[in-house]
Design a protein around this ligand. Structure first.
Ligand SMILES: [Zn+2]
Length: 671
């Protein structure tokens, strides 16, 4: 068995009343563990040490000697920490595995996860150069580059013709140091530095570059008052986005002091429709291409076709970002994090899907492994105490698993990761489910609404849906006569089946589906709650949208095989001893037969016939999952009165984008 050691390090700060403390944890995981396990926070990522953060007096801090010492200390520490497994990188070690079998295990260094400035430190290269290729720092995305490798550096060093200064200036190599990987067999840091979706794409290229550039462009192009009005409208468009399970709600005036990775991930989902119409089309296309790239590389399964799509999205991004060159980036696009995108294709063919190998894993581990143990410590020489806390927590977790396996302990508590209070309302809305891999299904909530009439006609009056009885009878006719050549809408009313039983109304339905690219259970399953309620948490009504299978195009792929509908009622009834779980829906129709060219998302309009909503009753079996629609405002400004908010969006716009970026599963079905 080959056991690749996955490493990650990332500085973090713990601030308490008495001041700030910097810690530099080193985390380890094994490449043998499935990504879904690693992301599910099941202790597959362990703290193995704290790297030192050397300090010196002000007058030495910028000195060459101190910098060299700091770099050298970093590499020597890593080498020392890993030295205990080095013998078993060439000679197998017989090890008893979790399943009780003995295996001969050979260890090796696997991917190293680090953010950019630290990548330069790890690879012993000069800041602003690429750790993977020799592209010059003023033209990172140019054509003429070669791969870096230990062999390449070694050849240069021992050629006898190049001085350390020339290595530094012409090759970006810090020649006086050797990366720690040179001390281990089959390891080359230039190959092992793994893609880091969080910092390179989400926080880096998307938030720090594109979003800032768009804002800057608006400020430079328009007089101040007009620019502020546009920026306020972009904020407002984001604030009125309809609710969706797992979607972060952005309040107006997003003046975040410090953007977290989750803020940026959330913004990606709703940003395109917010800027469309306010900035040049090519700018929207540039952002859309980057988001597309991000969603493709985030997939849990990447095949040859996906790689072709990834290359296409990157080419589009490089083409369309030129729109920023003249006004915003006259110096070009030589940005190490943005440049790293060109290496993703090769990295994926080398190591597989990067999903899960990203610093967002270590960021969530910081709380458990660093912040909480620090607060528990006496604060006097805390490092040793924090390591003991971690060891004990790991042992308790292992004991729990062992006790459970022996049937001594039944544990039904969910993994206890701290949940942001603001998000707690969403906890029941969506998330991973520990259910075996199975067909997707949508089921009504467990309990029905008590205070509504159960008689069909009284109900239809009460909820102001006068056509409900007829629509149910038409639905039943179609269900009972699947081969009828005459559509139910043309059958005489007296010939339709009669319904005498009780009708039960439900406020929500629960969809369970296979979504391994999103946060999901070990079987890759995920659930979400679809709402149709007259008052959501005591507030305005909430009527969610859903994807419905398009029975006319059973073989179509992507959005062509789907309809979008908005659910006005979830209900069940029985007819001739058969129970039916149904939804009263309002249909939407696709605009054109391809996605919008600017944003890459399909557009839909709500259907009206004779001035009335085009409604139908459908069986829940037809529903795939929830759909998220974004209002398309074009170049119009939204009304600024306070009564217009996210709960009114679905009733107010004439045209909507089908948001394929709301999560990774939507991206895989609504393209
Ligand atoms: Zn490069």
């Amino acid at each position: 068995m080959f056991a690749p050691i996955v490493l990650g390090s990332d500085k973090t700060t713990v601030s308490v009343a008495t001041g700030q403390n910097d810690f530099y944890p080193l985390y380890m995981s094994l490449g043998n563990v499935h990504n879904s396990v690693r992301r599910a926070h099941r202790n597959a990522v362990a703290l193995i040490g704290f790297l030192s953060v050397p300090k010196t007096s002000q007058d030495h801090a910028d000195g060459a000697d101190f910098r060299k010492f700091r770099r050298q200390l970093f590499h020597s520490s890593l080498e020392h920490i890993l030295s205990s497994v080095r013998p078993y990188m060439t000679t197998p070690r017989v090890t008893m595995c979790e399943d009780g079998h003995y295996r001969r295990v050979v260890y090796g260094l696997g991917p190293y996860i680090a953010d950019y400035p630290e990548q330069a430190l790890l690879a012993c290269i000069v800041q602003n150069w690429c750790a993977k290729c020799t592209a010059p720092p003023n033209d990172l995305d140019g054509d003429l580059t070669g791969q870096r490798s230990h062999v390449h550096t070694d050849t240069l060093l021992h050629s006898g013709e190049i001085t350390l200064q020339e290595l530094w200036d012409d090759y970006g190599i810090v020649g006086e140091l050797l990366p720690f990987t040179t001390a281990f067999p089959r390891a080359d840091i230039h190959e092992l530095l793994s893609p880091d979706l969080l910092h390179q794409i989400i926080k880096g290229t998307f938030k720090d570059h594109l979003v800032d550039w768009v804002t800057q462009w608006i400020k430079q192009t328009y007089p101040k008052a007009q620019a502020n009005r546009i920026l306020a409208d972009i904020d407002r468009r984001i604030a009125v986005v309809p609710s969706f399970p797992g979607l972060r709600h952005f309040h107006e005036g997003r003046g975040f002091k410090q953007w977290t990775g989750n803020d940026s991930k959330g913004l990606m989902k709703v940003y395109l429709s917010a800027i469309s119409g306010h900035v040049p089309k090519q700018m929207v296309k540039a952002v859309a291409a980057l988001i597309e790239f991000c969603y493709l590389v985030r997939r849990s399964i990447i095949d040859e076709d996906t790689l072709v799509q990834i290359d296409a999205a990157l080419a589009q991004f490089h083409e369309h970002r030129e729109v920023f060159r003249e006004d915003i980036r006259p110096e070009g696009f030589s940005l190490p994090r943005q440049h790293s995108l060109v290496h993703y294709h090769f990295m994926i063919t080398q190591y597989g899907a990067p999903n899960g190998l990203c610093l967002s894993i270590t960021e969530s581990k910081h709380i458990k492994a660093v912040k909480k143990p620090y607060r528990r410590s006496s604060r006097n020489k805390p490092l040793g105490q924090m390591l003991v806390s971690n060891q004990r927590n790991d042992k308790l977790a292992a004991a729990r698993v062992n006790f459970q396996a022996r049937g001594m302990l039944t544990v039904n508590v969910a993994p206890s990761d701290p949940v942001d209070d603001a998000l707690s309302r969403e906890v029941n809305e969506t998330g991973a489910v520990e259910e075996p891999l199975a067909e997707a299904e949508v089921k009504l909530a467990k309990t029905y609404v008590r205070n509504l009439p159960r008689d069909l006609h009284m109900l239809s009056v009460k909820i102001n849906q006068p056509r409900l009885p007829l629509l149910i009878r038409q639905f039943l006719y179609t269900t009972l006569n699947p081969d009828s050549p005459i559509p139910a809408s043309q059958i005489q009313h007296e010939d339709l089946p009669h319904i005498s039983g009780k009708i039960f109304v439900y406020n929500s339905a629960r969809a369970v589906f296979y979504a391994p690219s999103d946060l999901s259970g070990l079987g890759g399953m995920r659930h979400e709650r679809i709402r149709s309620t007259s008052s959501w948490y005591g507030g305005a009504p909430r009527r969610d949208c859903v994807f419905v299978a398009n029975t006319d195009a059973p073989d179509a792929v992507g959005f062509s095989g789907l309809h979008v509908a908005r659910v006005f009622l979830f209900f069940s009834f029985a007819h001739l001893d058969v129970a039916y779980q149904c939804a009263l829906v309002h249909w939407f129709s696709a605009v054109g037969d391809s996605p919008d060219e600017e944003t890459g998302m399909w557009m839909v309009n709500p259907d009206f016939r004779g001035g009335r909503r085009a409604l139908a009753v459908i069986h829940l079996d037809m529903v795939l999952r929830g759909a998220h629609l974004l209002g398309a405002a074009g170049s119009n400004f939204l009304p600024t009165d306070a009564t217009f908010d996210f709960s009114k969006s679905l009733d107010s716009f004439h045209t909507f984008y089908v948001n394929k970026y709301v999560d990774y599963h939507a991206h895989e079905v609504a393209f």
